[in-house]
Design a protein around this ligand. Structure first.
Ligand SMILES: C[S@@+](CC[C@H](N)C(=O)[O-])C[C@H]1O[C@@H](n2cnc3c(N)ncnc32)[C@H](O)[C@@H]1O
Length: 273
């Protein structure tokens, strides 16, 4: 059986995860749109959990703004990189990075003034019941009223990815993913010659909102982080900077439009505990 275990994938991906959000105009839109909402909703100071924080991009951004950040991630390699990045930036006093699992957070109730789970960690919890547990964990560790920022992978963009890049080999994946959003090792084995990415769950916008609400979070905004630029990395990588700026402006204009949210590569929820 193909091994598409997220932990192994991110251990191997290593430094690539630090570079991910600065690789091309589209990934920069993911980062810029996310921090735009963090800026608007974060309290002035306090303790922030960065669950599934990877190599620490957001943790360093938060620490540079004076927050006390605790990062946890399933991958020890990512945790090591996050420590290194915080150290290089003189942020070790404000960033703690430990191995941890969003399905079972080793923290007291109500301990954080804000909680982040960004760039898809919840999407890597494919099992519905485990994902409900993970979402409830994010709620549990946030103090009442704290902002909780969660971004996940969009299902429609996942499907477009297969159509655009991998149709010959993987067209059999389309129907099952459209049905329930699950990209699993078993399906990749059956429909895509066993070659694939880490297992993940692609969300529809309504489903995402419903799962957060079921965990006791009040969703204030759903944001498409890339909207019309989703899966356009190659097209925008070499585009004229003025044209990219035009795309960026339209992405921002449409980022809370529900249809555009649903078609986005990443969907951010801004919620309250
Ligand atoms: C695409 S990366 C995003 C990292 C970071 N938040 C960012 O946006 O740059 C997804 C991260 O989720 C982590 N992850 C996956 N499943 C997890 C789990 N159950 N608990 C904690 N982290 C998890 C992976 O190890 C990986 O570092």
């Amino acid at each position: 059986m193909t091994d598409l275990d997220p932990r192994e994938y991110y251990d191997e991906f290593a430094e690539g995860e630090w570079e991910r959000l600065d690789r091309d105009p589209v990934t920069r839109m993911e980062f810029e749109n996310t921090v735009d909402y963090l800026d608007r909703y974060l309290p002035d100071a306090g303790r922030v959990l960065d669950a599934g924080g990877g190599a620490g991009r957001y943790a360093c951004w938060l620490a540079e703004r004076g927050y006390d950040v605790t990062l946890v991630d399933l991958s020890s390699e990512q945790v090591a990189i996050a420590r290194e990045k915080a150290d290089e930036r003189g942020l070790v006093d404000r960033v703690t990075a430990e191995r941890g699992d969003v399905r079972d957070l080793d923290f007291d109730d109500d301990g954080f003034d804000a909680v982040c789970c960004l760039g898809g960690p919840l999407s890597h919890v494919v099992d519905d019941v485990e994902r409900a547990t993970a979402t409830a964990e994010l709620r549990r560790v946030a103090r009442d009223g704290a902002p909780v920022f969660v971004s996940v992978i969009g299902r429609l963009a996942m499907l477009r990815d297969v159509v655009k890049f991998d149709l010959e080999r993987s067209s059999g994946l389309l129907a099952p993913i459209a049905e329930d959003g699950d990209y699993t090792a078993e399906r990749v084995e059956r429909h895509a010659d066993g070659e694939g990415w880490a297992e993940c769950h692609g969300f529809r916008a309504d489903e995402f909102e419903a799962e957060l609400t079921a965990a006791g979070l009040a969703v204030e905004r759903l944001v498409g982080l890339e909207t019309v630029a989703s899966r356009m990395k190659r097209e925008l990588a070499d585009a004229d900077p003025d044209a990219v700026a035009d795309v960026r402006a339209v992405v921002e204009l449409l980022r809370e439009d529900r249809a555009a949210v649903d078609w986005s590569e990443h969907i951010l929820a801004v919620a309250r505990a």
